[in-house]
Design a protein around this ligand. Sequence first.
Ligand code: PXL
Length: 279
Amino acid sequence: MSDKKVLTIQDISCVGQCSLTVALPIISACGIETAILPSAVLSTHTGGFTGYTFRDLSSDMPAIAEHWKKEGIRFDAVYTGYLGSIDQIEYVQAIMDETLVPGGLRIVDPAMADHGSLYYGFTAEFASRMGGLCGIADIALPNITEACFMTGIPYEEDRADKAYVESLLDGMTALGAKCVVLKGVSFEPGKLGVAVRLDGRTDYYFHERLEKNSHGTGDVYASAFVGSLMQGYSVYEAAGIAADFTVESMKKTAGDESHWYGVKFEKALPGLVQRVNRG
Ligand code: PXL
């Protein structure tokens, strides 16, 4: 059996523990070869820093893809995160079509919003186009805010019931996503988790809710999910492994007020390596 290879397309935030600086180490730690395509280079992420630089790499993408085509380079999965422009959404679709092996997986984390708002720089038009990308995804990994923006369902901060979650899952499925892993689901105080919609059925995975919201946890989650899935765990198992790893990373960060910009996932990596790698 040949080992699986993943391509991940998202930005490099040079400092801040998100996007490629977490995806590459985490998926690699799962024992999976990881190729990267940077969508943009920022001096830091946009969540709390000011005055960051931003270089859009959209125009490099077609030539990179063309080179890979000539070399016959293929991937078992393409996992996308934060994308820097609407053009990139189009390029990403073409790159998926050209580089995936038959049956290869399109995994889309719409990484564009949280807590009811779009991240700085994104527009409703971008969110709608991202809905199109999730629509061709084998697996989409939105949080509740992102699912709201893409489905048009109003965001309700304090809504914590199954009917709301099911309507978001239905909406994502109606866009075309074959499987949806919805993050940030909570039905009772002290518990947080994910809802996994696959083949018309919804399963939940809950864990303890930690006090503090941390930056970059969506990327940590999606990366551990992709790494576990490519190691052969089921979608539901990978959703649980990723949740446990994210909580562990947050626990390793708790109490260090100077570390507000991300989570210390590095400290939790040994546990992930142990748990995910199969011989
Ligand atoms: O973690 C998502 C993310 C990725 N990349 C950049 C970001 C953010 C969230 O703010 O700013 C550049």
